[in-house]
Design a protein. Structure first.
Length: 669
């Protein structure tokens, strides 16, 4: 057999050093090629990478400091965002104040747990996974700024307007309203855009019982991250009810249905025109109700009217309720009249006694109070606070069931659920009534707990705990924190800054009064401002408005002229320090009686800068925890690093870059 002989020839391989040299050359050539393609963009990315490394280095050092000091953080750092550095001036660079992003497991799990209340089991599994991922990525949930339903007292067949204002950094994808478990409806964008806009939908009320309900607004952004807000409303078991018909036995009245149209701006007119007693107007109910009071809003002048007379029809006979009156108590004001409780009230009647003839007088509204035969403890709900600023907040509550008689209300608040602070008791709220109270002198960047309390003769009830966190520095549209009414001509003044455009302050213009209303004044802690806005009643009876601001220590005229009825009107002025504003309105005619109505008044608060002095961390961190404080690779220096630091109310340290180049925020916490 022939032998096969194989010969192998071996070649020397590359050494490790040779391989490293080759790899290095390839990387260098790749880097040069990338930079050559778009050098500016690549350098910006490199700078931002360095910024992320720098603030992470500082953040790690602050956490190691806290570990070594038994959890106590850096003594220099507080809840105000400040630039890090050694300089004592020139540090007022605007880094922004919204640097707190949610990334802790407790908050993540709390939000995941709530999803099951609003979606099916299959949906909940998907959404929970998405929420966990987004929390871990430090994404931001949508910010539901406000939410409302109108009206809050409804019966089947009514049309309810659901409205919410939402802000989101990534854009809102959908807004759903769960109508008390009855039906889910989708809201549409009506104003603004997906980043900040107003969403609305109308719902025809159906399938309700006589009890309280909660509408839950659920907003999802393009990352499928959810936020929710709850709004209380009721199909009332009791409360003020309107008549449904009338009788005019003396044929002496006109426009009679205006007495029960729910609008105090319209009226029935008594056309007697002589002295002595005029004829009754009778208002009727569709059937007997349990009632112990009525309330009336009427025209009344001491120079023309001697007294009024009011009776109710119960058990088949007229029962006297009230005879008397005076201008101070009665003129264009709600007056409540009580009588012995009856289960058979079906109608009531009203008439004027004239001192002299030649005048027609008006009846604006007449209502019955429907109650129960026994008084029970009330039911109520604490609602989310609105208009939360660094030192103020507006607390909200709702009477779900008054238990059979008008209730008193107040709020308790403080930094724990022990509260420690109480507002004064106020009265006159019945089933379906909302109530609010502004609180002041709060600490900024702090969490506060609060609850409403409601009481009647059967007992006092707590309405449930809520919480809010005050801001470090509010900007944008802010509500006044107080008011002044020097002439005592306005009523319900706080409704002009309660955050709702469905309530209003009002002032009555009587026939023959001056055409200008009295000024109503609004106050705020001194702030930098250059704009205000208001929403008020316009139309044929109100021709113009006059607005001034107290700026830099003097009153400055802002605007006088026409405006649109019940729409936001914005007016600008030169920037300055503002602490007050005042507004009044002009009647088109002197011989008309009507109400001026001011729905809302806001100030524009300008962006605030950070502290002028930098925050020097050298003594705490160098050299034990870090060899030196890193600074921005382009703008920074040890004196002014262009990195800013603060801590949350819960003590979490947050650091951000003041000068990122890629257009994205660079934050670590």
């Amino acid at each position: 057999m022939e032998k096969l002989i194989f010969k192998f020839k071996f070649k020397k391989a590359f050494t490790l050093i040779e391989l490293l040299i080759v790899v290095g050359i390839v990387v260098l050539l790749s880097t040069v090629a990338v930079i050559a393609i778009n050098p500016a963009k690549q350098f910006k990315k490199a700078h931002d990478v360095q910024r992320r490394m720098n603030i992470r280095t500082i953040w790690n050092a602050t956490n190691q400091y806290a570990t070594d000091h038994k959890g106590a953080g850096l003594p220099e750092v507080d809840t105000t965002l400040r630039m890090i550095g050694t300089a004592t001036s020139g540090c007022d660079v605007i880094c922004g104040t919204k640097i707190s992003k949610i990334n802790n497991d407790q908050e993540k799990n709390r939000n995941i747990g709530k999803i099951g209340r609003y979606f099916s089991k299959k949906e909940s599994t998907v959404y929970a996974a998405q929420i966990a991922q987004n929390f871990d990525n430090q994404s931001e949930v949508p910010n539901i700024i406000s939410a409302s339903v109108e009206p809050v007292k409804v019966v089947p067949g009514d049309i309810m307007l659901v409205k919410t204002e939402i802000k989101d950094n990534y854009g809102i994808n959908s807004v759903i309203a769960d109508m008390g478990g009855i039906e889910k409806i989708e809201l549409e964008l009506k104003e603004g855009n997906s980043y900040q806009g107003t969403w609305e939908a109308e719902w025809k009320v159906r399938d309700t019982e006589r009890k309280g309900y909660v509408t839950t607004i659920i907003a999802a952004n393009v990352l499928n991250l959810f936020s929710k807000k709850e709004i209380n409303w009721i199909d009332p078991p009791s409360g003020w009810v309107l008549p449904t018909g009338y009788e005019d036995p003396g044929s002496q009245w006109s426009n009679e249905p205006n007495v029960y149209d729910g609008d105090i701006g319209t009226y029935a007119s008594n056309n007697y025109g002589s002295s002595g007693w005029g004829q009754f107007i009778v208002v009727t109910l569709p059937g007997p109700i349990v009632s112990d009071r009525v309330r009336i809003n009427a025209d009344y002048m001491d120079s023309d009217i001697t007294e009024v007379d009011v009776d109710v029809f119960e058990g088949g006979t007229w029962v006297h309720v009230f005879q008397g009156g005076n201008e101070n108590d009665w003129n264009c004001k709600w007056v409540e009249l009580s009588f012995a409780k009856s289960a058979t009230v079906t109608k009531a009647r009203f008439r004027y006694n004239y001192k002299r003839g030649g005048f027609y007088y008006w009846l604006y509204e007449f209502q019955f109070y429907e109650t129960s035969l026994t008084i029970n403890p009330p039911a109520c709900a604490t609602q989310d606070a609105i208009s939360v600023e660094e030192n103020t907040a507006n607390l909200l509550g709702l009477v779900i069931n008054d238990g059979g008689e008008p209730c008193q209300y107040r709020f308790q608040y403080g930094k724990t659920i022990v509260y420690g602070n109480n507002t004064d008791w106020k009265s006159g709220k019945i089933t379906g009534d909302g109530f609010n109270e502004s609180i002041f002198s709060l600490d900024n960047s702090s969490e506060y707990h609060f609850q409403a309390q409601v009481k009647n003769s059967a007992g006092t009830v707590d309405c449930g705990d809520k919480a809010f966190t005050t801001a470090p520095a509010s900007t944008g549209w802010v509500l006044p924190t107080g008011y002044a009414d020097p002439d005592n001509k306005w009523g319900d003044e706080t409704y002009a800054f309660d955050g709702y455009t469905i309530t209003y302050a009002r002032s009555y213009h009587n026939i023959g009064d001056p055409q200008w209303s009295s000024f109503i004044y609004f106050t705020h802690l001194a702030m930098v401002s250059n704009k205000l806005r208001f929403s008020a009643r316009g139309g044929s009876q109100v021709s113009s408005v006059d607005v001034d601001v107290f700026k830099d220590g003097i009153w400055v005229h802002v605007f006088e002229g026409a405006f649109n009825d019940k729409q936001w009107t914005e007016e600008s002025f030169s920037e300055g320090v503002v602490s007050q504003a005042r507004i009044r309105f002009y009647a088109t005619l002197a011989n008309e009686g009507f109400y001026w109505q001011l729905y809302e008044f806001d100030f524009q608060k300008l962006v605030e800068t950070n502290a002028v002095s930098c925050l020097d961390l050298t003594s705490s961190l160098v050299p034990d925890y870090i060899s030196f404080i890193p600074y921005d690779p382009v703008m920074g220096s040890p004196e002014r690093t262009y990195y800013a630091i603060k801590k949350s109310p819960g003590g979490i340290i947050m650091i951000k870059s003041c000068s990122p180049e890629s257009g994205e925020e660079i934050i670590v916490q």
